[in-house]
Design a protein around this ligand. Structure first.
Ligand SMILES: [Zn+2]
Length: 322
């Protein structure tokens, strides 16, 4: 993973022939949210868009890599959480007139009409919506294409394979590039900043499902990936060691939440408990890296997501209305 370095916003790292990582500089921090660009023949493919709040950095990154955003042919998003695909509508409308978007069929309606998505994000982020995500514009229906599990998307001579991988979100895909042996793992592959070995499974509400996540981990291990490219943290080549952390870390994190909830901790206290656990697992790292990790996978979202999971499963009884 020598190429994965800290970047400045919009900084581009060439990873392989025809493959670049763009650091979107989310919150003016490093490697918190990234996107990837693949070019082969006439195909210019963007994997993840990031939110509209980092669109200027994305466009600058595409240009730094030597391309014009106008020439984007395809955009593929891992799922429809706003840090992964929030900019899709604005990007297509204002900057990428030729491009189409590929997305999981369950996520597709929310790109076409983002009102429900924006409403539910608004409940989580309240008055910080605009600062965090910027504009969430609808994508024209005739520019969105649903992907099929394990069925390659052919773009010119390029084949990219969507792998349905629920667990973090029911409509999540991993994108497999068999030619480069790279898997773009979105959130289901975990969150890990450069310099860390710890792989944090992001557990926001409302759809965390440990059993589905374990099956997805198994599918990722079944790819012959030599490199995992995360949306949060960049690329890592210790594929089996990275993926082997997923199930035990989900289980341990869930146990942390259960302990706090059984002690009737409120949301703030449980958030602090989760943050402390994450910091302990991350080990002795630069405090700034821990801040970046917290931006990428906030402890307060894990508190909400795991509370929802444990209440839904009857493991804990809610002491506030759920
Ligand atoms: Zn997500």
């Amino acid at each position: 993973m020598g190429e994965t370095s800290y970047g400045v916003p919009g900084r581009v790292t060439a990873l392989a022939e025809g493959l670049w990582m763009i650091d979107l500089g989310f919150q003016e921090r490093e490697t918190v949210v990234t996107a990837y660009l693949i070019q082969q023949g006439d195909a210019l493919v963007l994997v993840e868009t990031g939110p509209s709040s980092t669109l200027a950095h994305l466009l600058a990154g595409i240009r730094t890599a030597g391309f014009n955003p106008n020439d984007l042919t395809n955009i593929i998003v891992s799922h429809i959480h706003l840090d992964h695909s929030g900019a899709a509508g604005v990007l297509l409308r204002d900057h990428a007139p030729r491009a189409v978007v590929h997305v999981h069929p369950v996520g597709l309606p929310h790109l076409v009409d983002p009102s429900k998505l924006v409403a539910s994000a608004g409940r989580l982020y309240t008055d910080r919506m605009d600062e965090l995500w910027g504009e969430v514009a609808p994508v024209q229906e005739d520019r969105v294409i649903p992907v099929v599990d394990d069925e390659p998307v052919h773009i010119g001579g390029l084949d990219l394979v969507p792998i349905f991988t629920p667990g973090h979100a029911s409509h999540h895909i991993v994108l497999w590039d068999p030619a480069r042996k790279v898997a773009f793992t979105g959130d289901v592959g975990g969150v890990r900043m450069p310099s860390m070995t710890f792989n944090l499974p992001p557990c926001p509400p409302p759809e965390v499902n440990p059993e589905a996540w374990a099956q997805s981990a198994e599918r990722m291990r079944g790819l012959s990936a030599e490199r995992l490219c995360l949306t949060h943290g960049g690329c890592f080549d210790d594929v089996s060691a990275h993926l082997a952390q997923l199930e035990p870390n989900i289980a341990a994190l869930t146990e942390v939440a259960k302990t706090g909830l059984l002690a009737e901790e409120d949301h703030e206290t449980l958030t602090a408990r989760i943050h402390d656990w994450v910091a302990g697992q991350a080990g002795p790292i630069d405090p700034e890296v821990l801040v970046n990790l917290e931006w990428a996978s906030p402890s307060y979202l894990a508190s909400l997501g795991l509370t929802r999971l444990l209440v839904k499963r009857g493991v804990v009884i809610p002491h506030t209305p759920a």
